[in-house]
Design a protein around this ligand. Structure first.
Ligand code: DGL
Length: 275
């Protein structure tokens, strides 16, 4: 029987997932990718469960229509609020051979190697923090870990508006990290639980104690995908390999192409898509 084959779909509410795509392109140079940014409806971080689920579901279905057999939700908010329902409800109804994976679980799996004292801090959007996905997943894999969370609602707009190197960015990053460490001064590992945040790493590191480790997700998720494809050769065979990468946005392509330069190490020529 002829296998259905297609590119790997990478989805984010906007530009943040490009920090994950960067690492995919490095790790899988011959694979095909389609990136979809729902820029018209970003941010997801402040939206209800229902809206994040509906928007994410529409985007995943669109990527399926474009031939993707495997879709990565390169967005913590979508992974936290929509992934489980899509896996449990939508995939069996649509096509149980396709797969949708997220970014929360691979990040959590790494904690055991990184944290030395079991005190972990998570920064993310309000939606990711409220979902409690990180604390719940961490307790499942590493019971006894002390997890503190801080929502940082200003960090995504700072990145989206290229305000990273401004006094405003310093103010909000310092304020939110202080709030995190007020909850637990023993934190030795901070997970950047939002795909936009790696762009703020230089600022974040300036306001963290020197011995605190910062976990950003790009490489972790890319390694985890490699591991997944090795364990699931049937899915690996369904990923086409012509070294292409296409970009779609629900907003203005010219705007997307220009802004992407901050996130991605290669030029982007996107197309507009309606969901
Ligand atoms: N990049 C998304 C994440 O990882 C957040 C951006 C948004 O709020 O839409 O959670």
């Amino acid at each position: 029987m002829e296998l259905n084959k297609g590119p790997v779909g990478v989805f984010d509410s906007g530009y943040g997932g490009l920090t994950i795509l960067n690492e995919f392109l490095r790790e899988f140079p011959d694979y095909d990718f389609i990136y979809l940014g729902d820029n018209a409806r970003t941010p997801y971080g402040t939206r209800s469960f229902e809206m994040v689920y509906q928007y994410t579901r529409q985007s995943v279905m669109r990527l399926f229509e474009m031939g993707c057999q495997l879709v990565i939700l390169a967005c913590n908010t979508a992974s936290a609020k929509a992934l489980r329902t899509i896996q449990q409800k939508d995939l069996p109804a649509f096509d149980s051979s396709r797969r949708v994976l997220g970014v929360v679980r691979p990040s959590v799996e790494k904690i055991g190697e990184v944290s030395r004292n079991g005190h972990v801090g998570v920064v993310g959007t309000s939606g990711t923090v409220q979902s409690m996905s990180y604390p719940l997943e961490i307790q499942k894999l590493f019971p006894g870990t002390v997890v503190s969370q801080q929502a940082c609602p200003m960090w995504v707009p700072l990145v989206e508006n290229d305000e990273r190197n401004t006094p405003g960015a310093d103010f909000f990053v310092k304020r939110d990290l202080n709030k995190l460490f007020e909850q637990d001064s023993s934190i030795d590992t901070v997970i950047l639980g939002c795909t936009h945040y790696p762009l703020l790493t230089p600022v974040i590191e300036r306001f963290l104690p020197a011995d605190v480790r910062v976990m950003s997700q790009g490489q972790i998720v890319a390694k985890s995908l490699q591991d997944y494809l090795q364990r699931h050769p049937e899915m690996d065979q369904r990923c086409t390999r012509n070294a292409t990468c296409e970009f779609f946005t629900t907003e203005d392509p010219a705007k997307f192409d220009e802004a992407s330069a901050v996130f991605l190490n290669q030029p982007v020529a996107s197309r507009r898509i309606d969901l």
